[in-house]
Ligand binder design. Structure first.
Ligand code: SF4
Length: 679
């Protein structure tokens, strides 16, 4: 058996395997306590085989009472309120810690009851909130240590197995640790030891307040990835101080929220920050956990090599709460992958919304969907199974087929192309977007396992579909025919090579050297990046040139960013990429910049010439020379079949983009919901 699936220890606590669910904000709580929805969300995750769950963002400070729907332990009344959470997780055989947090300068005063001022080691402005916090007094620091200790004691009394102190991502403990945000001249500032004093003293206070064997772990960055802050060298020294103070384990993650190194998007190779965990593991004797864009394969290797002791999974637990069990049984293909899109999780939580998952329509809806026996709809068989014919094997078509087949219907999918995936295939074409293909592969294999029949190269006509219904070969038709790209009505001269972005993404269109992309939404930007990256160094080339010192680092960086095409994006709106989630948008815009791709916003293409494009910007006409124009001007529902099948109302259903072009998450959600309700 692989080591990941064998028991591990934190202090005296035995954990049944080395898989840990990371603390995450879900937004399901109310007034600082879990709801039925929270309990069911965690119950399902504990039942999936994870060894330890760390319940995220539990607030400790009664002077800074968070208004968000997160959990609190700042007074005794919360001990009983949080007890059911520990119980429900224990009932499924997992252990549970709470992560105690103080956000310091990362909190807006408007997020606190009464608008209390944000506090920090020093009054250093942050762009995250656009506020300057107030510096804490020594007396307040001491009081905060006590708040943490009292909260840990309440966690112990409520039945939790341990606590994790949040010193990662730039929250209050991290702000003390960093010379960037800690400008103090007292015993809590200056040397690394002094900067760590708030944290090490808190560990001691927690130990004193609890029974001594109650585990206290610390989550910290292995490198802050912020210029002037702690690097992996200081991180090792900090970890040593934490061990000395009595920490029972260190949980390592990447850098701060303010870092310009992406931390959580699809751009990160799986397990890329694992070296940070290994680095710290070599400096301490206590167990080390490692997370950050960790998939099961990266985790297995990491633990097998002995680089760290536990692997931490956040978003994979949203995408598929059963993945620990499936992985332990070698059923890797059955794991619904987390693709790092952040569309339902981080983008939601950062805008104060409840979390969801692009690929998992059940995430966060467990209590709403489960029946009185606690079974989810995909675990229940229909009393009257039907013959269902699905047109289209994109995300919506496959998700519907998967769910309907699991419920016992006989499902056939017709797809006009010779393969599955639809727009997921296009979405996976740009650099660092390949995980969309993993989702597409998962859906296809899940359908096949559930007994769905696929017919590729099968064009559907209204006549044939009518016959299918009339001759009872199908009881219901589900149109998941997607969308098609639109071309804006722009006067165009002959001679210009005009192509659709979708054809560029699918590799079917030829492009020249000087390209104008019309439309700066997600598709336009992704296509521009794909084109802009043509001719840049590949990962293998970079490795070779670096290993042998063939070029200076600056030259290599230039070669990574210098492609062979000149690309310009023209966007009508005042900003490009408005339809991209907050956590991903800045990275894509940054990539455009690094690739030297110009983005002209507030600009309208008024004419296409044989050798360029005329745009209107700020009342002026400007000519951009080009040999290729790529249209990325949106899409329209492909629902021609619906119009032709009007008289079959009640037997015909439309899902996904065929209903209205939206995000993949919407397509999957609508497909799931129809799959569980169709009868
Ligand atoms: Fe992963 Fe995307 Fe789901 Fe978030 S929304 S858990 S990133 S697949």
């Amino acid at each position: 058996m692989k080591k990941l699936y064998t028991p591990g220890r934190i202090g005296d606590l035995e954990i049944k395997n080395r898989m840990v669910m990371a603390p995450m904000v879900d937004g399901f709580g109310t007034e600082g306590a879990p709801t039925e929805r929270s309990l069911e969300y965690f119950r399902v995750r504990a039942a999936g085989g994870i060894g330890l769950i760390v319940v995220g963002n539990v607030h400790v400070d009664p002077e800074h009472r968070h208004l968000k729907p997160e959990f609190h332990l700042y007074d005794d009344s919360f001990t009983e309120k949080l007890r059911p959470l520990a119980q429900v997780i224990h009932s499924q055989g997992a252990k549970v810690f709470v992560q105690l947090i103080h956000q310091g300068r990362y909190a807006r005063s408007s997020e606190y009851e009464g608008g209390a001022e944000a506090v920090a080691p020093s009054a250093v402005f942050t762009g995250m909130t656009r506020e300057t916090p107030r510096a804490l007094t020594e007396e307040e620091i001491c009081r905060l240590e006590d708040y943490f200790a009292q909260a840990a004691k309440r966690a112990m009394e409520a039945g939790f197995d341990g606590v994790e102190l949040c010193a990662n991502s730039g929250y209050l403990f991290g702000q003390f640790l960093s010379p960037l945000t800690n400008k103090r001249e007292d015993q809590y500032g200056g040397t690394l030891k002094n900067r760590a004093a708030f944290l090490t003293e808190t560990i001691c206070r927690v130990k004193e307040a609890t029974d001594g064997s109650f585990p206290v772990t610390v989550r910290m960055g292995g490198n802050d990835f912020v210029a002037g802050s702690n690097t992996n060298e200081e991180a090792c020294r900090i970890a040593g101080l934490l061990e000395e103070a009595g920490a029972d384990a260190i949980s390592v993650t990447g850098g701060w929220h303010e870092s310009r190194v992406p931390q959580v998007t699809m751009d990160l190779p799986h397990g890329v920050f694992s070296y940070l965990g290994r680095n710290i593991r070599q400096s301490v004797d206590i167990p080390v956990m490692m997370g950050n864009r960790m998939d099961i394969f990266a985790a297995e290797e990491l633990i097998e090599r002995g680089d760290v002791d536990f692997a931490v999974f956040g978003r994979p637990m949203l995408a598929d709460p059963q993945f620990p069990q499936k992985a332990a049984q070698g059923r890797y293909e059955e794991i619904r992958p987390c693709i790092g899109c952040n569309q339902g999780c981080l983008d939601h939580s950062m805008s104060g919304r409840e979390i969801a998952c692009l690929g998992n329509a059940e995430c966060g809806r467990e209590s709403e969907l489960a029946d009185e026996r606690g079974l989810l709809p995909t675990e229940v068989r229909e009393k009257t199974p039907r013959k269902l014919l699905v047109i289209g094997a994109g995300a919506a078509g496959m998700e519907f087929a998967r769910v309907a087949a699991l419920r016992g219907h006989t499902v056939t999918v017709w797809e006009k192309e010779n393969t599955y995936g639809g727009q997921l295939r296009l979405a996976s074409a740009p650099p660092a977007r390949q995980d969309f293909k993993r989702l597409s592969d998962y859906l296809y294999k899940a359908c096949v396992r559930a007994g769905v029949t696929f017919c590729f190269d099968r064009q559907a006509s209204s006549g044939e579909l009518t016959r299918q219904l009339e001759e009872k070969e199908a009881d219901r038709l589900i149109l998941a025919t997607g969308a098609y790209p639109v071309s804006p009505a722009i006067p165009a001269e002959r001679g210009m090579n005009m192509v659709q972005a979708w054809d560029v993404l699918s590799g079917q269109a030829r492009t020249g050297k000087e390209i104008v992309v019309v439309g700066g939404g997600a598709v336009g930007i992704e296509t521009a990046i794909l084109l802009g990256e043509e001719g840049t160094l590949t990962a293998e080339e970079l490795r070779f040139l670096m290993l042998y010192g063939a070029e200076e680092p600056d030259t290599l960086r230039e070669l990574l960013n210098k492609g062979s095409k000149r690309v310009t994006v023209v966007e009508m709106q005042d900003k490009a990429g408005k339809d991209i989630g907050k956590t991903t948008r800045w990275i894509m815009l940054d990539r455009l910049k690094k690739l030297g791709i110009k983005v002209l916003t507030g600009s309208v293409v008024t004419e296409i010439k044989a050798d360029g494009v005329i745009i209107q910007k700020d009342g002026e006409n400007i000519k951009l020379s080009a040999d290729t124009v790529v249209m990325a001007a949106g899409s329209r529902s492909d629902n021609h079949l619906l119009e032709q099948l009007k008289e079959k109302e009640g037997q015909v259903f439309v899902i996904g983009d065929a209903r209205a072009p939206k995000k993949v998450m919407d397509a999957i959600r609508s497909a799931y919901d129809l799959g569980i309700s169709i009868g």
